[in-house]
Design a protein around this ligand. Structure first.
Ligand SMILES: Nc1ncnc2c1ncn2[C@@H]1O[C@H](COP(=O)(O)OP(=O)(O)O)[C@@H](O)[C@H]1O
Ligand SMILES: [Mg+2]
Length: 305
């Protein structure tokens, strides 16, 4: 069964069509990244999928449950971490968690057990009795996530979960996403951070101006849009551009203390560089190859749309 199925969703705000015929399928157990520039329609889509907004047209099924017909049943399946935190500032993290657990119908004993576990995992145990309004943005986000996973949802929605967080909170959030996924939850996250989508998600769906423009694994998306790879090299002394006039090197660009060489045949370029440096007694201080980037794919996809 698919964890999320959306069919032909539309949502207009006045003259803006924020979501324009969006259909998508998220398989059970996957980490699905919804990537797009600001204003693309990510938040509106997540609101439609989680039943916060009603679409002008289209359907949403969560684990086979029609969210329009059975909103409560569908909502019991999910945890939602919205773009801006919805935790109660005057309540402590412990109180927020009790409240959230109660809304999901969890009995007190179970809530207490889970709350202790989650507070310690999120590094919030010591501050469990302080009002959340005194917390930093990163700590508030941790409380928000804790509240959304207390009932161990089968499907977890996160809207730009790491945006603007400090390094430590960001790492905790990513770790929690991985852990929830390993325990069987399907993850749907929006992001405008390409590298995050690339490393975290099995499937990436790109939305631009309300329309889905591509959907595939990050690896295949990269291949689809750019086959050019690059080799980065630095030497123990300055060299001139002549060094890179060779067959197979399409373009050479200085890049800090390195040179970046674009090629379709990195193996040939590596052999050439090593051979030439040896003949001229130049030392190589670093040499790396990199594949086509998701960033290039993203720019091509969203610029030609
Ligand atoms: N409640 C709203 N009222 C009016 N316009 C909105 C509302 N929510 C979103 N929009 C518009 O819909 C478009 C998509 O917004 P949004 O879904 O928030 O994009 P994203 O999350 O990808 O940045 C934008 O043009 C935005 O201005
Ligand atoms: Mg948004």
């Amino acid at each position: 069964m698919n964890a999320i199925e959306a069919g032909h969703l539309f949502k207009r705000f006045g003259t803006v069509t924020a979501v324009n015929d969006v259909s998508l399928t998220v398989r059970e157990g996957e980490i699905f990244g919804f990537l797009g520039p600001n204003g693309a329609g990510k938040t509106t889509t997540i609101r439609l999928l989680t039943g916060v907004l009603t679409p002008d047209a289209g359907t949403v099924h969560i684990n086979g449950i029609d969210i329009h017909r059975h909103p409560l049943d569908a909502k019991m399946q999910m945890g939602v971490i919205p773009e801006s935190s919805t935790v109660y500032g005057d309540l402590s993290s412990e109180q927020n968690l009790h409240l959230s657990g109660q809304m999901y119908g969890m009995p007190r004993a179970l809530r207490e057990e889970r709350i202790n576990e989650i507070l310690s995992k999120m590094g919030l145990s010591e501050k469990r009795h302080l009002p959340v309004r005194t917390f930093s943005k990163g700590m508030k986000q941790r409380v928000s996530i804790a509240c959304a996973i207390i009932h161990r949802p089968k499907v977890l929605f996160l809207d730009e979960p790491t945006s603007g967080l400090d390094v430590q909170s960001r790492r905790l959030v990513i770790e929690t996403i991985h852990q929830m996924n390993e325990q069987g939850s399907t993850i749907f996250l929006t992001t405008h951070n390409i590298e995050e989508a690339n490393t975290l998600c099995q499937t990436v769906c790109i939305i631009n101006k309300g329309k889905i423009v591509a959907q595939d694994s990050p690896e295949r998306l990269k291949k689809m849009f750019d086959t050019t790879q690059s080799v980065e090299v630095s030497f123990d002394r300055a060299v001139t551009r002549d060094m890179f006039a060779a067959e197979g090197i399409l373009r050479a660009e200085p890049c800090g203390d390195k040179w970046r060489l674009y090629t379709d045949h990195p193996d040939r370029v590596l052999k050439y560089i090593v051979g030439r440096a040896e003949r001229e007694s130049i030392g190589i201080t670093s040499l790396t190859t990199s594949g086509p980037s998701l960033e290039e794919a993203f720019v091509q996809i969203t610029e030609c749309a």
